[in-house]
Write a protein that binds this ligand. Structure first.
Ligand SMILES: [Mg+2]
Length: 282
C-alpha cells in the first residue's frame, strides 16, 4: 500500500529526547522505530528539541538516521543537517562564557555543582552516560547544567541572582539548567515560518516532552503530549486544552501519541467525492 498523506495539513513534530523519545534510564528508543519510519515516509519532519549539546547529538543522529533540523541546549540554537554541524543556523541567547562568569560571581552564596566543575567521570555518573558521551555533554556552547546542592528554600534567591545577569533557570528531569532568556519554544516560531514558506502551507505543530523544561514547547504547539516519566512526577500544566497526557511511559508514550497523529493524518476529514461515487451501487 502506498502512503498518501492528506493534503490539507502539513505536520511538523517537535520532540524532547531524554525521557520522551529516549528511555530515561537506558536511552533505548526501539518502541518508536516503526512510527519514526512512517513519519519519514509521510514527509513529516521530527525536529529534536533537547537540552543536549550539538556535539552529543552527532552519533545519535547517525544511529537513528535523523535528517531533520534540531534544536540544542533548551532552545539556544537551531541546526540544519544539510549545513555544517560545527555552526548553528541561528542562535537565540548569550554564550557559555557569560553564564560561567555569572555563576562564579555567586559561588560563595549557593552550593551547586555544574558540568564545568565536574570531571568526565562525574558527569558520566550524574547522567548515566558513558565517558565518551559525558565528554561530549561537557561541550556546552549556550547553557550550564548543574546539580543543586543547597536547600530548596534558597532557590528563589538563586533565581533572582541569575536574573540580575540576564539569565534564567530551567528545571529539567535531572539537572537545573542555567541559560539565556530563551526556552525550547523560542526557535519554534522561526522554524514554523521556515516550513510554512518551504511548503507554501499552514504548519500544524505537535510537541512531545516529559519535564518542566518542555512546558514552553508544549504550550507553543497546536497539539502536545506530555509523556510520563518513571523518574519524576508529571509537571502540572494548568488546564490547557491542547495538551494531553500519554498513557505509556517514555518512548512507549511517544509511539502511542504519534500513532494517533499518523492515524489522524491518514484519515481524510471529509471523504473525497470520488470515493463516495465509487461506493454507490450501479
Ligand atoms: Mg526530557
Amino acid at each position: 500500500m502506498t502512503i498518501e498523506p492528506s493534503r490539507k495539513r502539513r505536520l511538523l513534530i517537535y520532540t524532547d529526547l531524554d525521557g520522551t523519545l529516549l528511555d530515561h534510564d537506558s536511552y533505548d528508543t526501539s518502541a518508536t522505530a516503526s512510527l519514526r519510519q512512517q513519519l519519514k515516509q509521510l514527509g513529516v519532519p521530527v525536529v529534536w528539541n533537547t537540552s543536549k549539546t550539538a556535539a552529543e547529538l552527532e552519533s545519535l543522529r547517525l544511529s537513528l538516521e535523523h535528517t531533520d533540523p534540531y534544536i540544542v541546549e533548551n532552545g539556544a540554537a537551531l541546526y540544519f543537517p544539510d549545513e555544517s554541524t560545527q555552526q548553528p543556523k541561528m542562535t537565540f541567547g548569550p554564550g557559555h562564557d557569560h553564564i560561567m562568569t555569572c555563576l562564579e560571581g555567586v559561588r560563595r552564596q549557593f552550593r551547586f555543582k555544574g558540568f564545568h566543575d565536574m570531571s568526565v567521570a562525574e558527569v558520566a555518573a550524574a547522567t548515566g552516560l558513558d565517558e565518551g558521551d559525558a565528554a561530549l555533554a561537557k561541550q556546552r556552547q549556550f547553557s550550564e547544567p548543574l546539580t543543586w546542592q543547597d536547600s530548596p528554600g534558597k532557590m528563589s534567591d538563586f533565581l533572582a541572582a541569575m536574573a540580575d545577569c540576564g539569565l534564567h533557570v530551567l528545571r529539567g528531569g535531572r539537572f537545573v539548567h542555567i541559560l539565556g532568556e530563551f526556552n525550547k519554544a523560542t526557535p519554534m516560531a522561526w522554524l514554523n515560518d521556515y516550513y510554512a514558506t518551504q511548503w507554501d502551507a499552514t504548519v500544524d505543530t505537535v510537541a512531545l516532552g516529559d519535564s518542566q523544561n518542555d512546558i514552553a514547547m508544549l504550550q507553543a504547539a497546536d497539539r502536545a503530549y506530555l509523556i510520563r516519566s518513571p523518574a519524576h512526577v508529571t509537571p502540572q500544566i494548568n488546564g490547557q486544552a491542547n495538551i494531553r497526557i500519554a498513557k505509556g511511559y517514555g518512548p512507549e508514550g511517544w509511539a502511542e501519541a504519534m500513532a494517533a497523529e499518523v492515524d489522524a493524518l491518514m484519515t481524510p476529514q471529509t471523504p473525497p467525492d470520488d470515493a463516495i461515487k465509487t461506493s454507490l451501487p450501479g
